[in-house]
Design a protein. Structure first.
Length: 115
């Protein structure tokens, strides 16, 4: 399984970005999908996760600002990020967990939020 993430960039605080991730293969609709991020000098952390049935959970730091969604027909995962803050600056990775609990990671996309 390969995951291709896109949509990162440089934005000012308060603006929005939408990240996209497109996994290869046909297991997407059965898989738990997530977005993680890693800031310089920090550990990778979960940002948001969505199950195959559409249940979601978010890190407290992004609740109310970020929305994770998926389109099973298009094999696409999204992260809508609103009201971005400088502390959201990180490399964002999409993640896929199969029904047999195998983890796959995308290559990461840089998000930089200027104050």
């Amino acid at each position: 399984v390969q995951l291709q993430a896109s949509g990162g960039g440089l934005v000012q605080a308060g603006r929005s970005l939408r990240l996209s991730c497109k996994p290869s293969g046909s297991i997407f609709r059965f898989s738990v999908m997530g977005w993680y991020r890693q800031a310089p000098g920090k550990q990778r952390e979960l940002v948001a996760r969505i199950t195959s049935g559409g249940n979601t959970n978010y890190a407290d730091s992004v609740k109310g600002r970020f929305t994770i969604s998926r389109d099973n027909a298009l094999n696409m995962l999204y992260l809508q990020m609103n009201t971005l803050k400088p502390e959201d600056t990180a490399v964002y990775y999409c993640n896929l967990i199969t029904v047999s609990s195998d983890y796959y990671w995308g290559q990461g996309t840089q998000v930089t939020v200027s104050s």
